[in-house]
Design a protein around this ligand. Structure first.
Ligand SMILES: Cc1cc2nc3c(=O)[nH]c(=O)nc-3n(C[C@H](O)[C@H](O)[C@H](O)COP(=O)(O)O)c2cc1C
Length: 205
């Protein structure tokens, strides 16, 4: 929580494209998070992170900033494109940078993938890698055919999609503020649905 007692949510855009469906859905999610009385920190700098190298003892400012922004958040939302049946490489690279430092350990995370098919495979792999590094993935939402749900500028305008994204935002904020057992029930459902062994879920204590 920040000084004002608000839940802080870090919103991470996994696309480097200037015009991005994933960034467009994060616009909607960010507004809904604010409507829930929480604060949003938007992280759009994945392209600044160097390729992960465990030999680097001093990884530099971009990695330090990435780790600090996660550390300061009560919950994280990641929106990743699906490329060739998996998550975007820049997202995996960023997650590799925090395996050792552990900023996501037991942190609630909500996943979205906007793209052709709704990014089922990107989200499945993300659930696996996040769970293996101890994050609590509380929600996973696919937005398929985003162009059909947007206006000419790429802004999401489809009402049912906006409703789904608002429900997703509400759940992430609640997962950060409500009791941890309720959160763990959500995590078990997401992890099991993704076909990942629930044995890998980080315990509450
Ligand atoms: C190289 C490449 C590979 C892609 N592979 C997939 C894929 O495997 N599955 C899928 O649903 N969409 C795939 N897409 C479509 C992207 O997910 C889609 O363009 C999405 O909107 C990209 O995210 P962005 O708009 O936020 O940049 C691919 C696109 C590119 C450029």
């Amino acid at each position: 929580m920040n000084g004002g007692g608000e839940v802080q949510v870090l919103s991470v855009c996994g696309s480097l494209q200037e015009r991005s469906a994933n960034r467009a859905v994060l616009d909607v999610v960010g507004a809904a998070i604010v409507d829930e009385g929480a604060h949003v920190d938007r992280y759009d700098d994945l392209g600044d992170l160097p390729p992960f190298n465990p030999d680097l003892d001093e990884p530099g400012d971009a990695v330090r900033d990435w780790r600090a922004r996660i550390e300061a958040a009560d919950a994280v939302v990641i929106a990743s494109p699906e490329y060739a049946g998996s998550l975007a490489g820049v997202v995996k690279n960023a997650l590799d940078w925090i395996v050792g430092s552990g900023e996501l350990y037991r942190k609630p995370v909500g996943l979205i993938s906007a793209g052709t098919s709704g990014g089922y495979h990107a989200r499945r792999v993300l659930v696996q890698t996040l769970t293996w590094q101890g994050a609590h993935v509380v929600a996973s939402l696919g937005i398929d055919a985003p162009k059909t749900k947007s206006d000419a500028r790429g802004v999401i305008t489809d009402r049912p999609t906006i409703t789904d994204l608002a429900a997703f935002a509400r759940l992430v904020v609640r997962a950060a503020s409500r009791n941890a057992r309720w959160r763990l029930d959500l995590v078990r459902t997401v992890v099991t649905d993704a076909g990942v062994d629930p044995e890998h879920i980080a315990p509450l204590e």
